[in-house]
Design a binder for this molecule. Structure first.
Ligand SMILES: [Zn+2]
Length: 301
């Protein structure tokens, strides 16, 4: 801008010179020239007569040397002005080119900024969409939370009603006379006899008492087939051995060891009797035989 301003100053300085009006290249000087010619028409005896005088048309031989020199100097100055004007014109054209380039660069910068702004706007719009989507999800969650809260209230009310019903039913049940129910066996062996009668069947559902031996020993005493009833005699195997005294349960004679017998004299309880009964024909035969023997022994006492 400083260069262009300087060139403008130069141009104004050059144009301000009175000799500049005679430059044919400067269009602004033409009206002045025309005015001057008009002035010549209104004022005869001006430059035309002077020119005639200089070119010796009217008065040959009367032109002075100083006048010639002054005209030569004027022509030189005019030439110099023309050169300066030409240079100023070139400088102006160059500056215009630079200004155009600068303008183009600024346009490019503006376009880049516009593109950046557009990309930012695009990002903002996408974020706005995300925010809108998230807000929608939040609203959905709030609705679900409200539904759950309502469900909790409904369940609480239902629970309260059920508790009232339960209390009423308990009061009614307290008034009803209990009816004896048929006894169901708690301990049931495997229903398939092919599996139940195997020697490796473990009798997992059999009733078990820790005090089945009088001695209270955890490990059963060594088996003496003459003293201990083999479990096979009531349909069981070694995995459910009641440790029954053979003489007490299977013989009509009294066991001489009595209360200090190392084998069990304790009568079978209901669970054990039920389980032995379900073990099969052997179990039922054992129960019948032992009941008969024990009954007779009790009568004898
Ligand atoms: Zn005994």
């Amino acid at each position: 801008m400083d260069g262009s301003l300087g060139s403008q100053i130069d141009m104004s300085r050059v144009l301000a010179r009175p000799d500049c009006k005679n430059d044919d290249n400067d269009k602004s000087s033409r009206p002045h020239k025309r005015k001057r010619s008009e002035g010549d028409a209104t004022n005869p005896g001006g430059d035309v007569e002077e020119m005639r005088r200089i070119t010796k048309l009217d008065q040959p031989g009367k032109v002075g040397v100083e006048e010639k020199q002054s005209w030569v100097a004027k022509v030189r100055r005019l030439g110099q002005n023309i050169d300066e004007l030409h240079i100023a014109r070139l400088t102006m054209a160059k500056q215009i080119e630079e200004l155009k380039k600068e303008h183009l660069n600024k346009d490019n910068t503006i376009v880049e900024r516009d593109l950046t702004i557009l990309s930012f706007k695009d990002k903002i719009s996408r974020r706005d969409k995300d925010i809108f989507h998230q807000q929608g999800r939040i609203i959905q969650r709030d609705l679900k939370v409200n539904e759950y809260k309502q469900e909790i209230l409904d369940l609480k009310e239902r629970n309260h009603l059920l508790m009232l019903d339960n209390r009423t039913l308990n009061e009614l049940a307290a008034r009803v006379v209990p009816v004896p129910q048929p006894r169901k066996p708690t301990y049931v062996p495997y229903p398939n006899p092919a599996i139940r009668n195997r020697s490796d069947y473990r009798h997992r559902d059999a009733p078990r008492r820790d005090d089945r031996f009088k001695t209270g020993r955890a490990a059963p005493p060594p088996r003496d087939p003459r003293k201990c009833t083999a479990p096979g005699q009531y349909g069981s195997n070694a995995y459910w051995d009641l440790g029954l005294c053979k003489m007490h349960f299977m013989d009509r004679a009294q066991c001489p060891r009595g209360d200090v017998c190392e084998w069990s004299h304790t009568p079978l309880d209901g669970n054990e009797r039920g389980y032995v009964y379900m073990l099969g024909e052997r179990g039922r035969q054992f129960l019948t035989l032992s009941d008969r023997i024990l009954y007779k022994k009790n009568l004898a006492q």
